[in-house]
Ligand binder design. Structure first.
Ligand code: NAP
Ligand code: G3H
Length: 474
């Protein structure tokens, strides 16, 4: 077992209070990290606030030096970092490496994008009673101290996608990673320190979210909250945050819609990948499929055959289906299945390997709108199929959801594709491809309970900065 030590307020830290990280594959303690108390968190915020004033004064190029060095150090340590992701959150090695590579690109592109966000000058002459004598200089200012809270499933990407845009635009961060993923976060921040940057620009805070959340989220020195995680926790934070501006990436129930003229071979490949990669533990995973009677039997047959080919096992061996993050997630998969309507049919799966905390990929048909599985975010390898009669029925069932992240529509008729795209209540519509967040420079938006505000490199910089207008009267 390893202990995740890290510096706090620029110094070595001593405590008796730790929180355990469990290796999901072995269901055994893998590491211990500090469980920080209220007093320490308070000092961290004061430290961060003080350091932010100096950080903001630096030029973009000066701040970029450290971010570039960080990206290079991450690149050099790619394999070591990927192995930590494998152990801590049971993502397979290949996907862990690609998460790291994606984040390196993220940092580099963030710097470029920041240069493109310029200070603008605007005259008032285009306005009804405006004239040339008023000129506004419009600058973007950082908010100050940004609280970053990230989830377990993308310990690298969903930390970097908040930290890099926050830092390049002059904010500093208090960074609370998910407990499963916090040993990884310690190693990531150690690389940041190796860039030679001064202390206090990224301030790591570990400990159980539900225990430290109140004083983490309501501290008077927070200026902005950037959160990714479940909808319930997100709503709880939003309530407590009061007037603090925030952006949130929350849960999803992304659907794949099979239209009658679709290429079933392509659609089923995309669905298998979208629903089962990382055992369905992606916000953008395909979590329900809608099909009409015309393609129902074929779809069920092809998906079942493709599911049989998925490799199941430990993440080190690059399997498709790996252990779920914890035992309660495995229990939840079974609960969703046991609450199904009586006519629902399990076509494959519904098996577990309790020693490895693995739930087998499961396909269920004749699921109906009122089933718990049709509405809740399974965050696991179960895929429900729901039958629609016509477009109106499909749109009604699709939109009868608390979530609105993305949708994938598979079909050929462009008029149908656009008709549905305009009717479906989601932030992003994908034609003939699985739902996914990337590429990371696209805007990433959750409608309804799937989020608040827009992420994506440019949008994240804009969200974590505010305009300041200086009017020249000449
Ligand atoms: P989670 O349980 O909501 O936890 C997310 C983060 O919040 C963790 O750092 C967690 O810390 C912390 N936390 C827990 N309870 C808290 C509280 N009461 N107050 C403040 N912070 C608290 O989510 P997760 O299980 O890690 O991640 C899976 C969820 O995230 C899914 O719903 C998924 O859809 C969503 N997600 C959304 C996106 C998106 O872009 N829309 C991307 C990825 C994931 P601890 O780990 O210490 O509890
Ligand atoms: O869990 C959510 C991640 O942001 C998913 O990213 O859709 O590009 O795999 P992705």
């Amino acid at each position: 077992m390893i202990i995740g030590n890290y510096k706090i307020l620029g110094k070595k830290y001593h405590t008796e209070n730790y929180v355990s990280i469990i290796n999901p594959s072995l269901q055994k303690e893998y590491a211990k990290v500090y469980a920080l108390n209220k007093d320490t968190v308070d000092k961290i915020y004061q430290f961060a606030e003080e350091k932010q004033k100096k950080w903001e004064k630096k030029t973009i190029s000066e701040r970029a030096v450290y971010l570039k060095k960080w990206a290079n150090l991450i690149e050099k340590n790619k394999e070591k970092l990927a192995n930590l992701i494998v152990k801590e959150v049971a993502k397979n090695y290949k996907d862990s490496v690609s998460e790291i590579e994606r984040s390196i690109e993220y940092i580099r592109y963030t710097i470029e994008e920041m240069y493109r966000i310029e200070i603008k000058a605007k005259t008032s002459e285009q306005f009804y009673n405006g004239d040339k004598s008023k000129i506004a200089l419009i600058e973007r200012k950082p908010y100050g101290v940004v609280l970053v809270i990230s989830p377990f499933n993308f310990p690298m990407n969903l930390s970097i996608s908040k930290i890099a845009p926050a830092l390049i635009s002059g904010n500093v961060c208090v960074f609370k990673p998910a407990t499963q993923g916090s040993y990884f976060a310690i190693e990531l921040i150690k690389l940041w320190e190796q860039t030679g940057v001064e202390e206090g620009i990224i301030n790591l805070v570990t400990g159980r979210g539900r225990e430290i959340s109140d004083y983490l989220v309501t501290h008077p020195l927070i200026n902005f909250i950037n959160f990714t995680g479940s909808t319930n926790v997100g709503k709880d934070i939003a309530k407590k945050a009061g007037m603090i501006p925030l952006i949130m990436e929350l849960g999803g129930k992304d659907a794949a819609i099979i239209l009658d003229d679709c290429d079933l071979e392509n659609a089923t490949n995309e669905i298998i990948n979208g629903a089962f990669s990382y055992s369905g533990q992606r916000c953008t995973a395909i979590k329900r499929v809608f099909v009409s009677k015309k393609n129902k039997n074929n779809l069920e047959k092809i998906l079942t055959e493709k599911i049989k080919k998925l490799k199941i096992g430990l993440p080190e061996t690059n399997t498709d289906i790996t252990p779920l993050i914890d035992q309660s997630s495995l229990k939840y998969q079974k609960e969703l299945i046991s609450s199904l309507n009586k006519k629902a049919k399990i076509l494959i799966g519904n098996k577990e390997d309790i020693n490895k905390n693995i739930f087998y990929p499961t396909l269920i048909t004749d699921v109906i709108e009122t089933d718990q599985l049709a509405q809740e975010e399974q965050f696991g390898p179960i895929l429900p199929i729901i039958i629609y009669d016509n477009f109106d029925h499909l749109i009604k069932m699709h939109n009868n959801s608390q979530f609105g992240l993305q949708v994938s529509i598979f079909g050929k008729d462009i008029n149908n594709l656009f008709y549905l795209a305009n009717k479906l209540e989601v932030g992003t519509v994908n034609f003939n491809k699985k739902s996914q967040r990337g590429p990371d420079n696209f805007p990433f938006i959750g409608y309804k309970d799937s989020g608040l505000g827009t992420q994506g490199i440019r949008n994240s910089i804009l969200s974590m900065t505010k305009e300041k207008v200086i009017v020249l009267n000449i």
